[in-house]
Design a protein. Structure first.
Length: 148
């Protein structure tokens, strides 16, 4: 642990799904290579659910940035949210390199956020931690315009 390191330096914002009133369907983050961070944390945010809406989020793995041979990571790497849970809720999904099928060359991950039934306010951010190089913030997505 580095005592004078800011948390914003210890984690990287690797990708986002920008806030939107998402209509039914799926939005995907870009494919993220797990070459600079050993762990990811996907944070899924839901604002106001549409009537009887659902929001499902899951992490997939692939062999390259084009999504070659994409497949789910496995049990425990998906969440299901629904309007009965209330508005303005969050969920998280943790993924580590040990969760990937490395033996078959899987080293990329992607977050998918699916809205069902009615338009719902969603957003997501994917953080990378346990960086192989310091500071992790050096690997922030281009959309990160300030860090103080």
């Amino acid at each position: 642990m580095i005592l004078n390191e800011k948390l914003s330096e210890a984690v990287a914002v690797l990708a986002v799904i920008p806030p939107a009133a998402q209509t039914p369907g799926v939005l995907f983050s870009p494919w993220i290579e797990l070459d600079v961070a050993d762990r990811l944390l996907a944070i899924i945010q839901v604002g106001t659910f549409g009537a009887n809406a659902t929001v499902d989020a899951s992490i997939a793995q692939a062999q390259d940035a084009r999504g070659t041979h994409a497949k789910p990571i496995g049990a425990g790497k998906a969440v299901a949210l629904h309007a009965a849970m209330g508005h303005d809720v969050q969920a998280t999904i943790d993924v580590g390199t040990a969760d990937l099928d490395a033996a078959d060359g899987y080293g990329f991950v992607q977050l998918g956020v699916s809205v069902g039934v009615a338009a719902t306010e969603t957003a997501a951010v994917i953080l990378g931690g346990s960086s192989r190089y310091e500071p992790a913030s050096g690997f922030n997505a281009a959309s990160v315009v300030a860090s103080v």
